[in-house]
Design a protein around this ligand. Structure first.
Ligand code: AMP
Ligand code: MG
Length: 428
């Protein structure tokens, strides 16, 4: 994407306070910039689980390939169905799944049939065996009104017609899709290549696992939460470790990341105290917006495109606080990454739940609180906030099973009010 497009997209931000950009504006800006990456690979069906389909799957066959029985019972000609009194039909043969009955079925005859077996020539109705009045090897007695003409028959192509699309490109393949593709006899599918994401943490205070923890230091946890979230999205990851708060080290890391990946995600170094030199370096490498978002947690956010040696990548500069990095990832980066992956179903699905206790909230910013979603005695969704909500308290995230999203305009919330929640199930 040419740099002018970024500036163009920025026009949607005019009129907003750069010190307090609404979440929705930043999300819209990011989405306008992003388009799917190129590159398709063919994978064996099982390996395609969770991957994004690169082309429509057109059914080469009718599914089912022939009219067949939906029940175990007796296939008969609709004209022979009894109207006022039971009818006795002669059993002329049998049809099993995978086989069938090759002969002709005449008036007054029926065929013993199993579920899935092709309908014999001339038959259009199946009487389930539990509805017949009596049966011997030779004949069956069917009560009047047991079934109507056409009952218990599955029609050729009723699941899928040959030549019609079974799945559309952009779909993230789920277990049912693998089965559907297999039912068409297709063993290999074209999927988009994996998105390459390079990420690193910044901060002189950060120590990696295995290192001693000196006074004033903390273990780097962001690379692990990022790893988990990126792995769930199915990205190819390049973990670049911890980068010191040093302009030369940061520049080298950013250059290497953007030469080797489609997307670069950093954490830390974009807050007020540190933003100046980060800004300078990022600005040297491309076009990067430095925002203060009207949200809590996670106010600072950098987004843009950087280039090094002719290779460019999208950049997300996420805040360093462990909860803020997750919130920013879910609400800004995730949809963008899914779009780059070509996924058509990239939206976050918020649900509604009643809050169990009042929550204080200022209008004019979006708040993301960690919550525990459950059901009340009547089975209705309800949510309560987990203990401490500090943006550095990762335990609150770990204990939660959802995030409560208090929207930009909303003020205080009273007990029993409905709020938006983002369940983690399916997300992390
Ligand atoms: P920063 O955004 O760099 O100012 O960092 C904000 C806070 O988050 C500081 O308390 C940092 O120590 C902490 N922090 C930054 N990066 C990480 C990380 N990778 N793991 C754990 N804590 C971090
Ligand atoms: Mg820092």
């Amino acid at each position: 994407m040419p740099p002018s497009s970024l500036a163009e997209a920025a026009s949607c931000l005019s009129g907003h306070d750069p010190e307090s950009l609404p979440v929705a504006q930043a999300q819209q800006f990011i989405q306008q910039c992003i388009s799917p990456i190129g590159g398709v690979e063919k994978l064996a069906l099982r390996s395609a689980l969770g991957r994004v389909l690169a082309e429509d799957i057109i059914s080469p066959i009718n599914v089912p390939a022939h009219d067949n029985s939906a029940m175990d019972g007796y296939a008969l000609r609709g004209a022979d169905l009894p109207v006022n009194q039971p009818a006795i039909l002669r059993i002329a043969g049998s049809a099993f799944a995978g086989g069938g009955f090759a002969g002709q079925v005449n008036a007054g005859e029926c065929i013993r049939i199993m579920t899935g077996a092709p309908m014999p020539e001339g038959c259009d109705t199946v009487v389930p065996q539990e509805l017949v009045q009596s049966a011997t090897d030779a004949a069956v007695t069917i009560p009047a009104g047991a079934v109507r003409r056409g009952d218990n028959r599955r029609l050729l192509g009723e699941d899928l017609r040959a030549g019609s699309p079974a799945l559309l490109k952009g779909r993230t393949l789920r277990p049912a899709d693998l089965g559907l593709i297999a039912s068409l006899g297709i063993a290999e599918v074209p999927v988009r290549r994996k998105l390459r994401v390079a990420f690193f943490s910044t901060g002189d205070e950060l120590r990696s696992l295995g290192q001693p923890l000196e006074a004033g230091c903390v273990y780097d946890s962001n690379r692990y939460t990022l790893y988990g979230m990126l792995a769930r999205l199915g990205c190819e990851m390049l973990d670049m470790g911890v980068v010191r708060d040093d302009p030369a080290a940061l520049e080298a890391a950013l250059r290497s990341a953007c030469e080797n990946a489609d997307v670069v995600i950093t954490s830390g170094g974009v807050s007020v105290g540190e933003a100046d030199y980060t800004k300078k370096i990022m600005a040297q490498l491309g076009e990067v917006m430095f925002w203060k978002i009207a949200m809590r947690p996670g106010r600072p956010l950098a987004f843009g495109r950087i280039t090094s040696n002719g290779r460019s990548a999208w950049l997300f500069g996420l805040p360093g606080n462990p909860v803020a990095v997750m919130v920013s990832f879910y609400f800004f980066a995730r949809v963008a990454l899914l779009r780059m992956m070509g996924a058509g179903d990239a939206l976050l699905f918020l649900q509604r739940a009643a809050v169990q206790a009042a929550i204080r909230k200022k209008p004019g910013r979006t708040e993301y609180q960690r919550g525990i979603l459950s059901h009340d005695a009547q089975g209705r969704p309800q949510v309560r906030i987990t203990g401490s909500q500090g943006s550095g308290i990762l335990r609150s995230m770990s204990e939660a099973n959802c995030m409560v999203v208090l929207q930009h305009e909303s003020g205080n919330v009273a007990a029993g009010d409905m709020v938006d929640v983002l369940p983690f199930e399916g997300l992390i």
